[in-house]
Write a protein that binds this ligand. Sequence first.
Ligand code: ASP
Length: 460
Amino acid sequence: MTDTYKGYRDPALATLKNFGVRVWSDVEVESTRGSFIGIILPRSETADASHVVLKLRNGYNVGLRHDTITAMREAGYKEAHYKIPEKQFPFDPGKPKVKLLGTGGTIASRLDYRTGAVIPAFSPGELYGSVPELADVCNLETEKLYGVFSENMAPEQWIGTAKAIGREIEKGVDGIVIGHGTDTMAHTAAILSFMVQDSPVPIVMVGSQRSSDRPSSDAAMNLIHAAFTAGYSDIAEVMICMFGPTSDQYGLLHRGTRVRKMHSSYRSTFRTISDIPIAMVDRKKVTPLRQDYKRRRKDRNVKIDTAFEEKVSIVYYYPNMSPDIIDALVDNGYRGIVIAGTGLGHVNKPLYPALARAHKKGVAMCMAVQTIWGFAQMYVYETGREIMELGVFPASNMLTEVAYVKLGWTLGHTRDLAEVERIMLTPINGEITEREPHNGYLVLQGGIPEVEAFIKSYRK
Ligand code: ASP
C-alpha cells in the first residue's frame, strides 16, 4: 500500500502513528467517549485534520477527535475495495423488457473515501451486481444519460430525458425506470408529464434517500418496486416510486404532477399532495388506490413535445417584499413568473405597480399557494381581486414547482397571454384537480387524540 495514512494530517496523523495503526486497520479504540470497534477509513483530503474516522460494524461511520483517543489496538487489516462487481444481466424471454435511464443522484452513488463525498457512479453492470433480485423481475437494459446530483437537472437534461423516453418507447420496451436524485425528482416528474404525453407504458422515477453503502439504504427496495411497476403494472403514466411508510413494507406510486419531497431525510419523504397516491407496490403486486389512471396500451403512439422557455421564475412572497424583485426579473427578460403567495394567493400592496408593469411588458404571471395544500382562490379577499386585475391569474391547485415547469413548457409554445392562461388552466395529467378529497390532506401531529388512536390501531 503506497499511502498508509491516506488523507490524514497532523494532529490525527500523529495519533495514528503513536498507536501504530494505519488506514484499513481493524481497530479497538478506547476514548473518553467510550470504546469502539471498526476499520479506520481513509480521510478526505479536504476534511479537518483532527478526526480519525472509523467504519463501525453496523455500517455507520464515526469521527473521533484525536485528543479523545486514549488507546488504539490493531486487531487486523481489511483493505476495502469499493468497486461493485460488474455482472452481465441475464435474459429471460418470459419477462418484460424494462429500460433504466440513469440521471444520477444518491441511487447511482457510492461513497468515495478519497474525498469523503457521495459521488454519482452509475454503471449498468454495477447496478445488477448490487441488486441481483432485479433479474427476477425483468430483463433490464440500462443507459446512463447523466451523472449529476439532481440540483443540476435543468431544461437541457429534461429535454434529453424526454427524447430518450420517446426512443425507448418506439423501440418497444414494456416500461421505463428513471434513476434520479430525490431533491428535484418531483420537478422532473412534472415536466416529463408535459413533455411525454400519452405514453403507452409506465414511466417510473425512482431514487433513494440513503446511499447503498448504508445499512438503512432504500436504494434496492425502491429499484425493485420501480422495475416491477415498469414491467407489470397497467398504469401508463409518469410516476414517482418511493418508500410508502417509514418501514420497508411497500412503496407508493405518486402521480408525477401531484407529488412533492416533504422531508429532507426520511425515506418515506414523497407524498401526494391534495390527493391520494395512484397505487401501492410491493415485490409481487401493484394495488391501485384509485381507478382514474391512464392504462397501458400496445401501440407506440407517444407524443414527445419538448418546447421550453427558460426565462421563467418562482417568486416566493414574504412579508415586506419590495417591488424591485419583480422589476429585476422583468428587466432581465423573464417571460413568466409563478408567485407563491400567502393564504389563498396574496402579496402586499407595494408590489402592485411592479406587477402592473410586468403585465404590460407581456410577462405571464400566475399565483400558486405557499400553504402547499389547497387552491388559489383570489375572489375571496379584496387583495386577490386587485392582484387579478393587475394581470395575475390563479393557478388553481397546481403545486408551485409544477406551475413553474408548466409555465416554462407553455411559454415554449406561445407568448399570447390569453393562450398561456388557457393552456395553464387546462389539466394535462392531473396537475389541477376538481377538488381535494377529505383524505388527501395528511399532516400527522403526535399528541392529538385522533392521531394517537390511529397509530395504536395501525400497530396492532
Ligand atoms: N442530493 C441528492 C440528489 O437529489 C439526493 C438524493 O439523491 O436523494 O441528487
